[in-house]
Design a protein around this ligand. Structure first.
Ligand SMILES: [Zn+2]
Length: 85
């Protein structure tokens, strides 16, 4: 497991995330997000398919999905820098 930093392509830091599995970052389980500097992920009431935008460049960085029964932010790879562990 590793702690990763997730950045938007505009340079804005989106999250610090506790990544439990090796491989390409596809999604972030909301309950494993350690830091949410823009307050876009945590302490919100999400519905499935809600979309999350970078507050700096206004691009869509993720959409909310239920994955394995947990609310998750599915990463939009056109906008978020690719991370592999
Ligand atoms: Zn951005």
């Amino acid at each position: 497991m590793s702690i990763i930093e997730v950045y938007c392509q505009c340079g804005n830091k989106l999250a610090r995330y506790d990544k439990r599995k090796k491989g390409f970052l596809m999604k972030m389980y909301l309950d494993c997000i350690l830091e949410d500097p823009n307050k876009i992920f945590l302490n919100k009431k999400f519905n499935c398919h809600d979309e999350i935008y970078c507050p700096q460049c206004k691009k869509r960085v993720a959409s909310i999905k239920m994955i394995h029964g947990r609310l998750s932010a599915k990463i939009n790879h056109g906008v978020v820098n690719k991370i592999s562990t």
